[in-house]
Design a protein around this ligand. Structure first.
Ligand SMILES: Cc1ncc(COP(=O)(O)O)c(C=O)c1O
Length: 558
């Protein structure tokens, strides 16, 4: 017998002895992810691609006629995913992307020439340039051979070269292409901790730093740590950045809302916090943490130090973890306002690790750097007991590590050039020009909004957005209802279709509508990212003004 025939016979014998497919079915999902099944004892090891079972034709006859319905359906996937919503990348944005395609395929077919994405703070997508020093260091670390070339000294600043040497020499293997420590490269954590200490005037410990792919994964990790079931609640501001509602929904917890007061400049009132906490607790919810976004997104408020002290005290007394979203710490525009980290405020009150749990989130995506696509961030975890932090480390290690270039960028953001360094002047110029431009735009947009009939807008003290309130006639509600939409979604959709401007309906941030008693106006908010150029901002405002009027007319007669 030839070798091929022998192999075929052996394969047939193995196929006959092979248990049926169903007997092998794993039940991983049903068992919470654990593998509960083993092949029956005595069964031979099974290999091959199935074609051994009588040849390709027979296989075709045996299997192709079996009806097959896809076992993965909306009904069978994790219901928590179905519950999750993320408005800044929601339906309006999907429509905008489709319109963008339409503009490519059929130029001139729409009443505008480009889509202007104001739905999310993505500054470089709207032509904000990156900071030269940051990019130089990252480029040199990514391609360290450049460090040995003489031309490099003509092309890169000397402090960028030195910094790249310092970082790359402290990465095992001298490469950005290797996995790092799960909390992040030690030298990057050292620089981040040094930056925090310089910012706050209180020490920071590199062991408390978890470098992440942007702030978002840090938030998810904390939710994973704190939420076991829907009985666990997280106090969240409304309006809120939808990362929080989405993450709580994904992890199966309960969002306990507290409402920011628009009429007091989106103030965070302690009484409101207390009432909501009480109500949640009496309903049986175990409230674990309080989220504070400072400066606020989408509301732009910057908390006073006094207010922050009250919040820290409240968390201490009520045993809540303070989840402090501080990603807009460099974006403060209002005179007399200043960013204070919650950790600094706690330390200034004499509170240490043993007194209160504070987790601070920071990111390379915002500030003057706007490096959203680089995915760099960190969380500074203070107060949690060592054994709990070990568990958090375990969660981080399941992802192995965050991307190394993002880690380097995060360390540069927290430890930028200093006066006297070769690149300092250029760095300071680039930084100040971006920040002053953002401040100018915040002012221009807010003023323009407030000049529009039926629109009022609190000053954007910080962050990157304005969150105007629109008076929509009751008929707008009816017109929206007739097509099965919320009025603010309807408005944002009409704005997009008429101007190509993408903004986020306030309801996406959980914002409630206010129907003024005795009047027929509906108050809805929309969030708008501060556009890059002045020219564009003005075009945008004019477009908004004219749209508002035409929209009203159309809504009135709809
Ligand atoms: C308040 C707030 N937190 C977190 C994030 C997420 O940022 P990252 O890109 O670092 O994940 C954003 C993004 O816009 C934000 O506005």
């Amino acid at each position: 017998m030839n070798r091929a025939g022998a192999l075929r016979r052996a394969a047939r014998a193995a196929a006959a002895a092979r248990p049926r497919h169903a007997e092998f079915a794993t039940e991983g999902a049903a068992a919470g992810g654990q593998i509960v099944q083993q092949p029956p004892s005595g069964a031979p090891p099974v290999e091959g691609n199935g074609q051994d079972q009588g040849g390709p034709n027979q296989l075709h006859r045996r299997f192709s006629t079996l009806p097959w319905t896809n076992p993965v359906t909306l009904q069978s996937i994790n219901p928590k995913i179905l519950k999750t919503e993320y408005a800044v990348r929601g339906e309006i944005v999907t429509r905008a992307q489709n319109l963008q395609q339409e503009l490519i395929v059929k130029p001139g077919s729409l009443p505008f020439e480009e889509i202007v994405y104001c739905n999310i703070g993505n500054p470089q997508a709207l032509s904000q340039p990156p900071i030269t020093f940051f990019r130089e260091v990252v480029a040199l670390c990514d391609h360290p051979n450049l460090l040995d070339k003489s031309e490099t000294h003509a092309l890169f600043s000397s402090d960028a070269i030195l910094r790249a040497f310092r970082i790359i020499d402290n990465i095992p293997g001298r490469t950005t292409g290797a996995y790092s420590h799960s909390q992040g490269i030690k030298v990057c954590r050292d620089d981040i901790a040094a930056g925090i200490a310089a910012r706050d005037g209180y020490p920071a410990n590199p062991e408390d730093i978890f470098i992440t792919d942007g702030a978002s994964p840090g938030v998810h990790m904390m939710m994973q740590l704190l939420i076991s079931s829907e009985k666990d609640g997280i106090l969240c501001p409304i309006p809120q950045y939808p990362l929080y509602s989405a993450s709580i929904a994904l992890h199966g917890g309960t969002l306990v809302p507290y409402y920011l007061n628009e009429s007091s400049g989106w103030g965070l009132e302690l009484n409101e916090l207390k009432q909501q906490l009480q109500a949640a607790r009496s309903g049986g919810t175990n409230v674990r943490a309080l989220v504070v976004i400072n400066p606020g997104n989408p509301t732009g408020q910057v908390l006073s130090e006094e207010n922050q002290r009250e919040i820290v005290q409240f968390c201490k007394e009520e045993g809540l973890v303070l989840l402090a979203d501080e990603v807009y710490q460099e974006n403060i525009y209002a005179e007399g306002k200043k960013f204070n980290s919650f950790k600094k405020v706690a330390r200034s009150m004499g509170l240490e690790d043993k007194d209160v749990n504070i987790v601070s989130f920071q990111s390379v995506s915002k500030g003057y750097y706007g490096e959203c696509g680089r995915r760099g961030g960190y969380m500074e975890v203070t107060g949690l007991p060592k054994d709990v932090k070990d568990q958090l480390y375990k969660v981080a290690s399941v992802n192995l590590c965050s991307n190394v270039s993002g880690q380097i960028l995060m360390s540069l953001v927290m430890n930028p050039p200093k006066p006297g360094d070769e690149s300092y002047e250029q760095f300071a110029e680039e930084r100040d020009s971006i920040l002053s431009s953002l401040a100018r735009r915040a002012k221009v947009l807010t003023e323009a909004m407030n000049k529009l009939e039926g629109v009022s807008c609190n000053a954007a003290e910080g962050a990157m957005y304005v969150f105007p309130r629109l008076d929509l006639p009751e008929r707008a509600l009816k017109a929206a209802g007739a097509v099965g939409m919320l009025a603010d979604v309807f408005y944002a959709r009409r704005l997009l279709d008429a101007t190509g401007i993408v903004m986020v309906p306030g309801s996406g941030f959980g914002q409630v509508w206010h129907t003024i008693l005795g009047s027929s106006y509906l108050k809805a908010n929309v969030a708008i990212f501060l556009l890059r150029s002045h020219r564009r901002s003005l075009i945008f405002v004019v477009a908004l003004a004219s749209l508002l009027h035409s929209c009203r007319v159309r809504l009135t007669y709809a």
